[in-house]
Design a protein around this ligand. Structure first.
Ligand SMILES: NC(=O)c1ccc[n+]([C@@H]2O[C@H](COP(=O)([O-])OP(=O)(O)OC[C@H]3O[C@@H](n4cnc5c(N)ncnc54)[C@H](OP(=O)(O)O)[C@@H]3O)[C@@H](O)[C@H]2O)c1
Ligand SMILES: [Zn+2]
Length: 345
């Protein structure tokens, strides 16, 4: 079976179509015929090689996917061959102490499709039955592939970890990232007042259509991130800042917080090591909180909002699997806005 991925770790020049064995559904598993897949920034990191994460090679990329149920392993109930489904890319063991408390995102054996296992940029994928969910009828396969990873991340980051409450001021740093486009919608849904801050005026403006009341532009000079956010908050500071940009913005994101504010971090696209001023932390009584993926019940909540149209995936672009290399290059594009999707014939 052919899939899009790599044989050797490295940069985008290592990307190629590779052959891997056709997977079979074992007990409790489901095999899905993929109709659409989507990339995440994670695929760049997996390609480069993540320290401590051994992966099978050749490796097929892609954490997100939607398609039709192709075959069922022994003991699987409540799912029928031919069902239109989307995949939850987060996998947990179901047995550790965190899982038993319903805190699957904290599972000690947490894994992600396409990172720890073969991914979705191919024809067939096998996942545990609990990772397969009916595709809401209003969603296309492409939307079904675009939604799962970023919306579950956004949901947990804002609702559970960020504790966003109605009326809170929430700032989203970066406009066009897949997660950023989801966070704006989730924060708005939770009743927050949302500002998006981007280096690009065009991208910040586009975020208004997702529910942002303010489209802010920042730079390295006069209009620094903390200055534009301070002004937007009428010198109160921001209750929750969502920052997945990392090293280049974290110090100023912290400085933008209100007393009791929360800086929520789920990624570090521009670098993992940042210097922070501890005085800001204690004087503002602020906190920096990490979040990753979501629990099973949080994923169900997201599905509910996708089904009723309250949350809608943003597609940057969609191309057939055969053009996956070109699709992947969108990550380097200055106007990337939303998810990079592949259709699988
Ligand atoms: N922990 C988790 O569960 C989890 C889940 C998903 C993603 N992540 C991580 O979170 C990060 C975001 O992922 P993503 O898929 O949304 O995609 P992404 O493509 O990495 O998003 C990049 C975002 O960062 C901004 N950005 C990039 N370089 C910047 C710079 N030099 N200065 C200011 N802003 C900059 C972009 O803003 P503009 O669009 O405004 O240019 C864009 O919004 C990634 O590192 C990813 O690995 C973690
Ligand atoms: Zn567990």
């Amino acid at each position: 079976m052919r899939g899009f991925g790599f044989r050797e770790h490295g940069g985008p020049d290592r990307l190629e179509f590779v052959d891997i064995p056709e997977p079979a559904a074992g007990p409790g598993e489901v095999r899905v015929r993929i109709r659409a897949a989507a990339f995440n920034r994670l695929d760049r990191f997996t390609l480069a090689g993540i320290p401590g994460v051994p992966i099978e090679r050749p490796h097929v990329l892609g954490s997100d996917g939607a398609g039709t149920v192709d075959s069922l392993g022994a003991g699987v109930q409540g799912i029928t061959i031919g069902d239109r489904v989307l995949l939850n890319p987060g996998m947990w063991d179901g047995t550790c102490e965190a899982c038993r408390r319903g805190q699957e995102a904290l599972c000690r054996n947490y894994r992600i499709v396409g990172e720890h296992t073969q991914g979705t940029a191919t024809d067939l994928v096998v996942v545990p039955a609990r990772n397969v969910h009916p595709l809401p009828s209003r969603m296309t396969m492409e939307e079904g592939a675009a939604a799962p990873l970023v919306f579950q991340t956004a949901w947990r980051a804002m609702r559970t970890v960020g504790e966003v409450r109605p009326g809170d001021r929430v700032a989203v740093v970066g406009a066009g990232g897949g997660v950023a486009t989801a966070v704006v919608q989730v924060a708005k849904l939770l009743g927050a007042r949302v500002a998006v801050a981007s280096r690009s005026a065009g991208k910040a403006e586009r975020a208004r259509s997702l529910g942002a009341e303010a489209a802010l532009v920042f730079d390295e000079g006069e209009n620094s991130l903390d200055r534009v956010l301070w002004k937007w908050s009428e010198k109160n500071g921001v209750d929750v800042v969502f920052d997945s940009v990392g090293a280049v913005t974290i110090p100023r994101s912290l400085r933008s917080l209100a007393r009791g504010g929360r800086l929520v971090v789920i990624g570090a696209t521009t670098g993992a090591a940042a210097e922070i001023d501890l005085r800001t932390l204690f004087w503002r009584q602020a906190s920096i909180r990490g979040s990753t993926m979501a629990s099973a019940s949080e994923f169900q909540e997201v599905l509910g909002h996708l089904a009723n149209g309250g949350l809608r995936p943003v597609l940057d672009s969609s191309r057939p699997l055969a053009e996956a290399a070109e699709a992947f290059r969108r990550f380097d594009s200055a106007d990337l806005f939303g998810k990079i999707v592949l259709t699988v014939p």
